[in-house]
Write a protein that binds this ligand. Sequence first.
Ligand SMILES: [Zn+2]
Length: 194
Amino acid sequence: MVLISCKNCHKMYEKQNYDDFVCSRCNHLVRKRIKDSLQVSIALTICAILLYIPAMLYPIMEVTRLGVKVESTILGGVISFLEYKSYFIAFVVFTASVVIPMIKLVGLLFIFISIKVKVKMHNNRKILIFKFVEAIGKWSMIDIYVVAILASVVQLDEIFNIKGGIAATSFALMVILTMIAANRFDTRIIWDEQ
Ligand SMILES: [Zn+2]
């Protein structure tokens, strides 16, 4: 007899073996481990890291004012906020779009590598890092909201026009890929004997 819990709703089942079955409470497919969870999560995290580069280097928005186009990167925006003495906004933008995504990507990559390579750290601490990465995840979309809201509010065609740049697309994709990577990761792997 083995005890298996549904990863989605945590209902416990007593089964003969680890064969896959559908949860009777939430219709979620229950398996011993999510298939290729670590490989898929590593691949998604690497893609997200690659997307982080254009997100930082290319303009996040294009402002066209009386036909003159001004482009601004995330860091350029932070510097302008500092110049206008808007320290709080500068801090929020910098934290949400530069620091948090970086912590998330480094944290995830660290956990994934620590499973492959022997790292002297207690599994509880790895779970803690993972929980932290999951918890701060929701705050990194703030930047996209700001561009989206600005673009929809200030849209006066040729006179004044704000458009999301290449970085906005890369940034949104990066956040989504990081979210899937974290969500697709089966934390039970951490406890498996290697
Ligand atoms: Zn369930």
